[in-house]
Ligand binder design. Sequence first.
Ligand SMILES: Nc1ncnc2c1ncn2[C@@H]1O[C@H](COP(=O)(O)OP(=O)(O)OP(=O)(O)O)[C@@H](O)[C@H]1O
Ligand SMILES: [Mg+2]
Length: 243
Amino acid sequence: MAASLAVGLQRAGAKVGIMDADIYGPSVPHLFGVKGRPHIVEEKGPEGQIIQRMDPIEADGVKIMSIGFLVGPDEPVIVRGPILHRTIEQFLRQTAWGELDYLIIDLPPGTGDIALTLSQLLGLAGAVVVCTPQQLALIDAVKAINMFRKVKIPVLGLVENMTGEIFGRGGAKQKAAEMGVPFLGEVPINAKIRELGDAGRIRAAFDADSPALAPLQHVCEQAAMQIAKSLLETPKMPSLEIL
Ligand SMILES: Nc1ncnc2c1ncn2[C@@H]1O[C@H](COP(=O)(O)OP(=O)(O)OP(=O)(O)O)[C@@H](O)[C@H]1O
Ligand SMILES: [Mg+2]
């Protein structure tokens, strides 16, 4: 969903970056079908000092940075909490993002460790919570929403993914209403979407004949609207330059 959001916003004309903060299971490079190691670039700091940064790798017009670029595909990343914090911080500081309209950050499921770190480092416009329709997934979504509220990251809304026969339908919409958060839309479970993800062709989910086109576009529009609203209510300058 994070990758799709990045592609959708890029297609609409925005300058978009995506940071894969799922240290334990970085899947963003795979979805975009990219490999490789980021180039190191040297930039001049405010006092003339040389700062080394990593160029994100670009695919489909989206700038991508992932821990997946730095470790082998089958290597696990084994780090403890405090190091995790530093890793994320370094990632943010040392990536030469350039000028962006949106930086999408893909978080791992579960605990709030990384969300907490990010909330301390950046003025985030908000969080999009993604879940599947079944009760068990909704319990996690409720926890995620409460966690973001606790660390003062605005919740932009809830997305239901994999709607359909297997997991059901409508659970997320109902939960969003109960929790007073916007519902951003639903994306059906569909073999084509899975195939495109596996093949590293996530952009093709937006092709004219893709079953995901309309639902993804809807989610992207709703998310962009909520981001704009959030920034109007609480203006933020999430400038990476000052990090
Ligand atoms: N609507 C969909 N229909 C079919 N397959 C999907 C759909 N959405 C995602 N997938 C596939 O399901 C798998 C898991 O998706 P994804 O990696 O986005 O989940 P995730 O929530 O980020 O997982 P994790 O929580 O482990 O990080 C991928 O193979 C992806 O291509
Ligand atoms: Mg993931």
